[in-house]
Design a protein around this ligand. Structure first.
Ligand SMILES: Cc1cc2nc3c(=O)[nH]c(=O)nc-3n(C[C@H](O)[C@H](O)[C@H](O)COP(=O)(O)O)c2cc1C
Length: 173
């Protein structure tokens, strides 16, 4: 698939077939993730791969009951190792760069999945403390995105975009 077709066809998919996603496929997604840019190349990302049914249920509950999180065969939780970046960039690193860097890694996962014929959804609505407990994360690690990965049962149409003309500004606002 051509890059622009990948960008155009990626959708947030919230319904998955009862089919597995292999460890090899997950590895390819993570290999794409770590090619993302990061501030000072600090690479604050950490990934927790969840296949256990009970743990997926717990994540689904922590994500305000979003059922599809538990229904995907595998869930990738993208986390930030905050001190890895904060050690170099202080509060700007802790409050901004780690979010941007892990968001870039998350987007790489979504795009790689699309290119591989897999379906994902970026889930950001969750109780961070509960996810932190479920995954037994260390103090300094924040869970920032939950990505259920599966094979699409139902791919929605593209939600409308605000037209480019309304959001682009030349030279000044
Ligand atoms: C930071 C962020 C958080 C999101 N959180 C959720 C979520 O908790 N649940 C959900 O169903 N979709 C979530 N989404 C997906 C958006 O709803 C989706 O990207 C948007 O509606 C556009 O649809 P598309 O991804 O198919 O282009 C999130 C997306 C982003 C970038």
């Amino acid at each position: 698939m051509d890059f622009f077709e990948v960008v155009r066809t990626r959708r947030s998919v919230r319904s998955y077939l009862d089919e597995d996603v292999s460890d090899g496929e997950v590895r390819r997604l993570l290999e794409a993730a770590i090619l993302a840019p990061s501030a000072g190349n600090c690479q604050p990302w950490e990934f927790v791969i969840v296949r256990d049914k009970k743990r997926k249920e717990a994540l689904s509950n922590a994500a305000l009951g979003q059922r599809f999180v538990a229904e995907a065969p595998v869930v990738i939780v993208v986390c930030a190792n905050v001190p890895r970046t904060a050690a170099h960039y202080g509060s700007r690193g802790a409050n901004l760069y780690v979010i941007q860097d892990t968001a870039a890694a998350t987007q790489n996962i979504l795009l790689a999945a699309t290119a591989m014929g897999l379906a994902t959804c970026w889930v950001g609505a969750f109780d961070e403390r509960r996810v932190w407990e479920i995954l037994e994360l260390p103090d300094e690690v924040r869970p920032l995105a939950i990505i259920p990965v599966g094979k699409s049962r139902r791919t929605p149409a593209m939600p409308p975009r605000i037209p480019l003309e309304r959001v682009v500004h030349y030279e000044k606002w």
